[in-house]
Every structure is written in C-alpha cells, then in structure tokens.
Design a protein around this ligand. Sequence first.
Ligand SMILES: C[S@@+](CC[C@H](N)C(=O)[O-])C[C@H]1O[C@@H](n2cnc3c(N)ncnc32)[C@H](O)[C@@H]1O
Length: 255
Amino acid sequence: MKRLLRRTDVVPSPNIWYYTDTYELENRAQDADDVIWSRLAEQVCWEGADVVDVGCGDGFHLPRFAATARSVFGVEPHEPLVRRAKHRLAGYPTVAVRGGTAQRLPLADASADMVHARTAYFFGQGCEPGLREADRVLRPGGVLAIVDLDTRHRPYGDWMLADLPRYDPDVVDAFFARQGFSCLRVETRWRFPDRASMAAVLRIEFSARVAERAVAETLKLNTGTEDDELILPVGYRILLRRKPGGLVRSSRPGG
Ligand SMILES: C[S@@+](CC[C@H](N)C(=O)[O-])C[C@H]1O[C@@H](n2cnc3c(N)ncnc32)[C@H](O)[C@@H]1O
C-alpha cells in the first residue's frame, strides 16, 4: 500500500494514529444518546445496502453499519489502523477493510449505496478529489454522508477555533453548500466514565494550553454532580449529498 500512497494524500491524524487507545475512549464517550445515528438513519436507509466508511480508523463505526447493511467496506490509509480494524471486524462476514484513501478508493464504479466519513478527510476546500471519488463509487441515488464537528457549537467549537485560528466556519459551510450538500446541525453529549478519561481525551484533541482550558471548563460544567461521570455537550454537522437517480420521470400520463 505504501507504494501507492503519496504523503500529501493523507491528512495527519495524530489523535488516532499515536493515541489509539485513548481515541477508543473518545469514540465510546461520543454521541452518548445516539443523536447522530438517529438523525442519519432518518435521512438515509442503509438496511440491506452496500456501505463504505472512508477514513474508518480502527473500524469503530463499522459494526454499527454491519448490523443491518448488506456489506460494509472500511477504507483507511494508516496501516496500523487497517490492521486493528481487521482484527476488530474479524467475526463479521459482511465486513471488509482495505488500505486506501478517499482520493483513490479501492472500489469499482457504482458499487456502493452509501459512502460515510466521520471526522475524516472531508474538512472543506481541498477535499474535491474525494468528493469526485465518492460520486464514482456511488450508485445512482446513493448518498455521501459526512459527519464532522461543529465549530459554531460552544464550548467545544471555541476550543477547536483556538487551535485553528485560520479555520473559518463560514467558508467551510459555503464550500459544502456550493458542492450541493444539505447540512443538519445536531447537539450531542459526550459521556466520560471519569475525570481521568475526560482529561486524557481532551489532551489528544488540543494543544497543551487549550487542553488545560478545556479540562477546567468541562469540570466546571459538571460541578454539583454526584457521579464520577462527566458530560460534555458537543455539536456536529451531518452533511448529505445524494447522487442523482438517473431515472427521469416523464410528466406524460402513463409515461
Ligand atoms: C479522526 S480519525 C477518525 C477515524 C474514524 N472515522 C472514527 O470516527 O473513529 C481520521 C481518520 O482519517 C484518516 N485519513 C487521513 N487522511 C485520509 C485520506 N486522504 N483518506 C481517507 N482517510 C484519511 C486517518 O488516517 C484517520 O484514521
């Protein structure tokens, strides 16, 4: 796989690459009430469908799709994560995981009904090659679903912007609107079992200075609660684009 990948094709993802176990904690904490999954399922039906998860990391979301999809195909450029995903999904006969990138999916034309990417590669301008590639592998009527964090949602969005001063949510929103995506904004809750896991997760997501601010503000948000559990509200955007169906309905009666 290395031969086929150019370094610039891959978006550095130090959180999951170097702190894979902590990222697992993060994935378990995220979307504690299944808001993303519910909203996604209201918009796209993947029951009996062929689903591709682009930038699947170590395959955390693949079992969820596999529960009802006909087939699930995870694509991931970072080889250690490909191995981990294969190990996680070993008992799932309908799931395959392959090395590859969003710009060059190892899939045939018109072979998928849904292409999903969660906090991976599709971050705004520059992801056009991946958008074209998703269109290539989707069947007519298929859906590209991109799930990403919402920097407009506080406090998590403020922490992100503190580390990404050049990121402009207006520019990113305009980019996806121009590309034909609808955008649903959802508020979720991340639920951490204890303070240590909350701090560990925030420290892989932010620079040291911003992480300490994020830890302190999360503790403050949870003051007065008896439990060890800590809750952090986090906003997401669900971006959806359906590939045109190809069938042009005639307006003639009986046509
Ligand atoms: C923040 S992680 C999210 C992983 C997974 N989607 C999840 O939610 O657990 C981003 C992932 O995108 C992958 N990635 C980076 N560049 C990519 C590209 N060009 N095409 C596809 N995936 C890419 C990274 O290797 C990493 O696994």
